[in-house]
Design a binder for this molecule. Structure first.
Ligand SMILES: *Cc1c(COP(=O)(O)O)cnc(C)c1O
Length: 385
């Protein structure tokens, strides 16, 4: 690196300039990609900068990981081949017999992993309702619980969990707190500053923001023995990010603040527009003062409430699916956090075991004109009733 801007500058500045690094050998402003799988030893038969094989480490990650750590105010960051690879690395850094408390409403892939793999592997997992500190305090066990996992706001009904209160509950019994902050993004919330030990992101979503790669990340409050264990697991389990994806992700992150701010503004406008609407039973969005988690959201989300909201439509599952089909701007597709708006009937996506109400449509608001998005929803709702 030939240049590193002052880390006390505002996060939007840090990400727009990707910390301001210049390629030291060429002064290129856009960084190089290092696709090489292996690194030659030097004339003394020593590893150069301790590099050997790219499953261990790749220089294309350096700027990306430094930026993630700076944005989340953590001590270290690790990128992974997907959000799931990142999250399951946290779980596998535990030992068989360890107790984990996780929310009953959370990213369903990770919930499935805990039930189908984690439990078989010996983790003892209890699920508690999201955003309920009393249930969480009752579920943790002194010296047995090693990890409290939360996701806030929680997909797809956007319950808000108090990060600082959860950290206190976890630490009181000797556990660590891990936060899936994919939906909040480092723009709106920094869980480490609220007491979290690990922050996890699906980089597939807002960090990249363009729906064209899979990536994940962990940021930790400390570079301690746990960090070493997770770094070892990344290497030996092989969940590394490809060099090209790392480069694309850093490029996507340069516009992170613009995208998240715009999506948050539009989501709030859409939520306010459809609150009390004749064809909508309920709008689920933490930015609405009627939302159960609004007060906590005001405290721990700064600059907006995110680009995700859900509409429960009147008329049940059939009307919800018809509405999704009638939308033209909102693309009927899974995933979230991209520049284009998406709609999904989550009960269909998650299948028969899903706890999601069948009249719920999840919206991922992109960066289009908010008025156009509202008009699309108005038209589709009217056409489906
Ligand atoms: C998508 C997502 C994940 C999983 O990330 P992948 O990159 O798809 O592996 C985890 N948590 C949340 C909240 C997500 O939206």
């Amino acid at each position: 690196m030939a240049r590193d801007i002052d880390k006390s500058l505002k996060p939007a500045t840090l990400s727009a300039q990707a910390l301001g690094w210049l390629d030291p050998s060429t002064r290129a402003v856009a960084p190089p990609i290092y696709p090489s799988t292996n690194y030659a030893r030097d004339e003394n038969y020593e590893k150069f900068k301790n590099r050997g094989y790219t499953r261990d480490e790749n220089p294309t990650y350096e700027q990306l990981e430094a930026l993630l750590a700076a944005l989340e105010k953590g001590a270290g960051a690790m990128v992974f081949g997907s959000g799931m690879a990142a999250a399951t690395t946290v779980m596998m850094a535990l030992s068989p017999g360890d107790h984990v408390v996780a929310p009953s409403i959370m990213y369903f892939g990770l919930r499935n992993w805990l039930v189908n793999v984690g439990c078989r592997w010996g983790l003892k997992v209890d699920f508690v309702p999201p955003g309920d500190p009393v249930a969480l305090a009752n579920a943790v066990q002194k010296d047995k619980t090693k990890l409290v996992w939360i996701e806030t706001p929680a997909n797809p009904s956007w319950e808000v969990t108090d990060i600082a209160a959860s950290a206190q509950i976890a630490h009181d019994v000797g556990a660590i707190l891990g936060v899936d902050s994919t939906v909040s993004t480092p723009v709106l919330t920094n869980p480490i500053t609220l007491g979290a030990d690990i922050v996890m992101h699906s980089g597939t979503k807002y960090l990249n923001g363009h729906g064209d790669l899979l990536a994940g990340a962990l940021v930790t409050a400390q570079r301690d023995e746990l960090w070493e264990r997770m770094n070892y697991l990344r290497f030996e389990n092989g969940g590394m990010l490809g060099a090209f994806e790392a480069w694309l992700l850093l490029r996507g992150m340069r516009t992170l603040h613009l995208r998240v701010e715009r999506a948050s503004q539009s989501a709030l406008r859409i939520a306010e527009h459809f609150e009390g609407h004749a064809l909508v039973r309920e709008v689920l969005y933490p930015g609405l003062s009627a939302h159960e988690g609004h007060e906590i959201a005001v405290r721990q989300m700064t600059g907006g409430f995110g680009g995700m909201l859900s509409l429960r439509v009147k008329g049940g599952a059939a009307t919800a699916i018809e509405t999704a089909k009638a939308l033209e701007l909102f693309v009927s597709a899974t995933s979230l956090g991209g520049v284009e708006s998406l709609v999904e009937h989550r009960a269909t996506a998650e299948g028969p075991d899903s706890p999601v109400p069948d009249d719920l449509l999840r919206l991922s608001v992109g960066v289009e004109d908010a008025g156009d998005l509202i008009a699309d929803l108005e038209r589709a709702l009217a056409a489906s009733t």
